[in-house]
Design a protein around this ligand. Structure first.
Ligand code: UDX
Ligand code: ADP
Length: 469
């Protein structure tokens, strides 16, 4: 197989939250490499090419500046997938890998149909040897499936498959890409595999220290990604488990987090108690891990990790129940303002956001939900509710109960309660005194992110409740 000493052209299939920002940063840091980002969705590509940088499909602090610098120079967004495949020596697969919603492994295993389609297309179209990099979060052994497809479908070209999982967190993607704790590259152990690893390492070495580029065998790399996310999510579920105990005992979960986080063996990050973690990775990756463990007949290991997800579901449910209980056991016909819909601040991504589940539970009790989020569109929210509705009738009922606001204050006017679902910084700067005056009394605030000062809120007259307080 021919592996070039230096890569001149790369193509990334999938222009989403991972592919878009990652390729933009590679293009910015490596002006000598031509970077194509291709996607089947023409609207997405049009948005990436929009001259108005506020219209990019992904909102991420700092991203617009990177795109502005590199786009048209060595960064190109297009729907011409075949051309992109032919032209590049290295192809990244960065398409979505949702949890399967049908058939074997439903609700647990990753749906690899989009990845498989990509592999088949690469095999069909390629006219020269390629290094194929799996970038999407994938369960262990996917690289092997990709390789099998490439070999079986190809026209005699040779392929090497690498695993290069993404560890960027949304909302801080650009900073994470600029200064990653580590870059992980897994590949095969033979000479060509090692050479392919080097080719990719050389790209990152344009801005990342070599010591921070870790190379492993394929499976280790794939499993490391699932393990990292499982460990991070486990910390949140652990502190959230303690938050429930705090609420019963009068201890304060933030004080506990500070106290234990000072222990260097534990560390202070990822101990923020909340209404529950969301995002496209944590739940999906843990369920993948659980599925793998069951597949390999390790039920105890599977149950251990599954509990992290169960704890998270419990936390979301507990939050919704607390709202209903506090509002005198009924929210029917009551106006509840939702501040935030995204799964965390500084992103317009809502996948698995706690807001969706809390809203659904309240709407099943007939609450009127009024949402304000600085970056999430109305269409996105409707789509989210559609995805979690048990039936068409349930979706129809929810659509009647959900209301959208472009401005925060009208969302809270004459509300019975406010629920904070996302920790957007701007929420802290609101005029809470006038909000209080314009609400029905008693005025409740359920702070699912513990971002407001409880003493101050009490002083203003609110019935304020944080998580684990
Ligand atoms: C995560 C991983 O951090 C990243 O490395 C991986 O590549 C993809 O998945 P992301 O989902 O973007 O990134 O966000 P992250 O910052 O990890 O937050 C996930 C969820 O946990 C959010 O809903 C966040 O609000 C919540 N969270 C995080 C807490 O509730 N408490 C915390 O202390 C930290
Ligand atoms: P992630 O968070 O993993 O980046 P996204 O859903 O944001 O996930 O992005 C995945 C992108 O991949 C979407 O824009 C989707 O249109 C694109 N995609 C899915 N399948 C294909 C395919 N076969 N060819 C090209 N693009 C694809």
């Amino acid at each position: 197989m021919t592996i070039p000493n230096t890569i001149k052209t790369i193509t990334c299939i999938g222009a989403g939250y991972v592919g878009g920002p990652t390729m933009a940063v590679i293009a910015q840091k490596c002006p000598h490499i031509k970077v194509n980002v291709v996607d089947i969705n023409p609207d997405r590509i049009a948005a990436w090419n929009d001259s108005n940088l506020n219209s990019l499909p992904v909102y991420e602090p700092g991203l617009a500046e990177v795109v502005e610098e590199a786009r048209g120079r060595n960064l190109f967004f297009s729907t011409e997938i075949d051309d992109g495949i032919r032209e590049a020596e290295m192809i990244f697969i960065s398409v979505n890998t949702p949890t399967k919603d049908y058939g074997l492994g439903k609700g647990m295993a990753a749906d690899l149909k989009y990845v498989e389609l990509c592999a088949r297309q690469i095999a069909r179209v390629a006219e020269s040897d390629k290094i194929v990099v799996e970038k999407s979060t994938l369960p262990v052994r996917t690289a092997e499936s990709i390789r099998t497809i490439l070999e079986a479908e190809g026209n005699g070209q040779q392929f090497k498959v690498l695993s290069n999982p993404e560890f960027l967190a949304e909302g801080t993607a650009i900073a994470d890409l600029y200064a990653p704790d580590r870059v992980l590259i897994g590949g095969e152990q033979d000479e060509e595999g090692q050479k392919s690893i080097q080719a990719l390492a050389d790209i990152y070495a344009n801005w990342v220290n070599r010591e921070n580029i870790i190379t492993t065998r394929l499976w280790s790399s794939e499993l490391s990604k699932l393990t990292a996310n499982a460990f991070l999510a486990q910390r949140i579920s652990s502190i959230n488990a303690i938050s429930a105990l705090c609420e019963k005992t009068g201890a304060d979960v933030d004080e506990i987090a500070r106290a234990i986080g000072a222990d260097t063996r534990i560390g202070s990050k990822f101990l923020k108690s909340s209404v529950g973690f969301g995002g496209s990775c944590f739940q999906k990756d843990i369920l993948n891990l659980v599925y793998l463990c069951r597949h390999f007949n390790l039920p105890e290991v599977a149950d251990y990790w599954e509990q992290v997800v169960k704890m998270n579901d419990y936390q979301k449910h507990r939050f919704a129940k607390q709202i209903i209980d506090s509002l005198f056991n009924s929210v029917s016909g009551k106006k509840i303002a939702f501040l935030g819909w995204a799964f965390k601040k500084d992103t317009n991504d809502t996948r698995e956001s706690a807001a969706i589940y809390v809203a659904k539970e309240l709407m099943l009790d007939k609450a009127e939900i009024h949402v304000f989020d600085p970056k999430v569109t109305k269409e996105r929210i409707v789509e989210d509710l559609k995805n979690v509705a048990a039936s068409k009738a349930e979706f129809k009922a929810m659509k009647k109960l959900i209301h959208f606001h472009d401005e925060p204050y009208p969302a809270m006017n004459e509300a019975h309660a406010i629920a904070i679902l996302t920790e957007w910084d701007e929420f802290k700067t609101y005029d809470w005194s006038s909000i209080y005056n314009n609400m029905l009394k008693p005025a409740f605030v359920f702070d699912g992110r513990n971002i407001l000062n409880s003493a101050k809120m009490d002083e203003l007259g609110f019935r304020y409740k944080g998580v684990g307080k």
